[in-house]
Design a protein around this ligand. Structure first.
Ligand code: MN
Length: 252
């Protein structure tokens, strides 16, 4: 039987999330794959599009199935495909983590910048979302991530307000980010187009652990011009377990 992501039960979804968490702790340095070759370290991004960890309708009603399908199979798939073209044209080794290329993106073409960023950003975005009713996921962060948010922003609510402002005031297309800067502090920023904080030319640099796509293609079918409503709904879909795992992997 063909496995369709939308057939995955909630239990399977959470079991997979738990396994991913375990993998981070035990095998953070790299996971030998079936061919005996070291695969990418945990949370490193490759040059190919990974399967969506839930069905297109899983994020309803906050993100509709049609938007998810077009977003994943057309927009995000095109970034991945164009990235591989750019890598071929510019002689880039596609077995290295994409993060290494992004860190010196100013040395590459605009095609590499737009599609490398586009691919990385979407892979991160899918990974930090979860169905709104998923059991075992709380609607807000806890533990050391919550502590760090409080230390950086004063409160969780103050962080949310700052992130929403970044998402709503980004003019045109772009992203809002929660990132860890070089000093280990949590910071909110936004970037234009498909740029991100990993890029050497980013205004605010660091490792993103949460990102929100505010391109119109991410919300227009359902929300039209109401970007603030989409931004508010985003919080109902954040997989805080995944964000906490990225936080832990970056800070420990
Ligand atoms: Mn997008």
């Amino acid at each position: 039987m063909k496995t369709n992501p939308s057939n995955l039960s909630r239990r399977t979804f959470l079991a997979n999330s738990a396994k991913a968490g375990l993998t981070v702790g035990l095998l953070g340095a790299g996971i030998p794959d079936l061919f005996g070759k070291e695969s990418l370290p945990a949370f490193a991004t490759g040059f190919t599009q990974q399967p969506l960890p839930y069905g297109y309708a899983a994020l309803e009603p906050h993100i509709d199935a049609r938007t998810m399908e077009i977003h994943y199979t057309k927009h995000a798939a095109a970034y991945a495909s164009n990235l591989r073209d750019a890598a071929k044209e510019e002689g880039v080794d596609t077995t290295q983590p994409l993060e290494q290329v992004l860190a010196s993106i100013s040395k590459y073409s605009t095609k590499m910048r737009n599609n490398g960023g586009g691919h990385y950003n979407h892979e991160l975005f899918w990974s930090i979302l979860a169905p709104p009713s998923a059991e075992g996921l709380s609607g807000s962060p806890d533990g050391s991530l919550l502590k760090a948010l409080k230390a950086s922003f004063g409160s969780y609510e103050a962080f949310v307000a700052q992130f929403e402002t970044a998402a709503k005031t980004r003019f045109g297309s772009g992203w809002a980010w929660l990132l860890i800067d070089a000093s280990g502090k949590l910071v909110v920023s936004s970037t234009p187009n498909q740029d991100n904080p990993l890029m050497d030319l980013a205004e605010v640099k660091g490792t993103p652990i949460l990102g929100l796509d505010v391109w119109e293609h991410a919300y227009y079918l359902h929300y039209q011009n109401r970007r603030p409503d989409y931004v508010a709904a985003f919080w109902k879909l954040v997989n805080w377990n995944a964000v906490a795992a990225r936080f832990a992997a970056t800070t420990t």
